[in-house]
Design a protein around this ligand. Structure first.
Ligand SMILES: Nc1ncnc2c1ncn2[C@@H]1O[C@H](COP(=O)(O)OP(=O)(O)OP(=O)(O)O)[C@@H](O)[C@H]1O
Length: 230
């Protein structure tokens, strides 16, 4: 695997991305530069359509930039083959989505165990203990519940725990509080801040929720594909 210059956490340098083709082309990312240190918690705000989801996709290797560099723990994602990128993503990058994206038939503990079971044997030693992790996110007593037996905030906690199973270097979080009331939103973002610091995970959260920004170390704004510090 190609290693770039040593740079822990997440580094985006001069990243450009256009989407669509012909007359419909949109510049989703325009010379984006962003560094998130291990343990740092950065929020990304900005209008709808400004490129926030594109930023998470490129930072997490779900999509490829047209140009520029994306480093995760010093590894240049742009230099990896599609196959190598999929393996790297599984062990180094965690994703948390708006709805939690849980499997309806599985209990909270089973959602976490599944991550271990579907991973190659060589990756298994790095995983955290599902029970300890569910304790850490405040769900120790609800580990045997399925998603329909959990509240929205609890489902989101399971999603966060699942994303942290492989001890990722980078955690990418897309609007985690969109479906939650104010008190639960505060709890969830406080949990993300605590986990970022304790586990040293470089964490990026896209949000429209200005009430939760106090828990973040830094806030950056996307406007028309350009990133600026607040
Ligand atoms: N597959 C696509 N083809 C063409 N244009 C696209 C595609 N996906 C997104 N876009 C456009 O790229 C721009 C950035 O979209 P993106 O989803 O990154 O914005 P966003 O800030 O996450 O928006 P929101 O807050 O509404 O989720 C928008 O103008 C969007 O319309």
């Amino acid at each position: 695997m190609a290693a770039g210059p040593r740079a822990d956490g997440l580094v985006l340098r001069g990243v450009n991305l256009s989407l669509g083709d012909g007359v419909g082309t949109v510049v989703a990312l325009d010379d984006v530069n962003l560094t998130v240190a291990p343990g740092e918690f950065v929020a990304v705000v900005g209008p709808s359509g400004s490129g926030k989801s594109s930023l998470l996709a490129v930072a997490g290797g779900l999509g490829r930039a047209d140009s520029g560099t994306v480093l995760v723990d010093g590894h240049d994602l742009t230099a990896l083959s599609t196959r190598a990128l999929a393996g790297f993503r599984r062990t180094h990058i965690g994703f948390v989505f708006q709805s939690g994206n849980l499997l309806a038939a599985l209990t909270a503990a089973e959602q976490l165990h599944l991550v271990t079971r579907t991973a190659p044997r060589s990756d298994r030693s790095r995983f955290r203990d599902p029970h300890e992790l569910l304790d850490a996110v405040g769900l120790g007593d609800k580990r045997d519940r399925r998603p329909d037996q959990l509240s929205g905030g609890e489902r989101q906690r399971v999603g966060i725990a699942r994303a942290l199973m492989a001890r990722p270097s980078v955690l990418l979080v897309d609007e985690p509080t969109a479906a939650l009331d104010r008190a639960r939103s505060q709890d969830i973002v406080r949990l993300l801040a605590k986990e970022a610091r304790q586990s040293g995970t470089a964490t990026v959260m896209v949000t429209h929720d200005y009430d939760v920004l106090d828990h973040c170390d830094r806030v950056v704004t996307m406007t028309d594909g350009r990133l600026t510090a607040v």
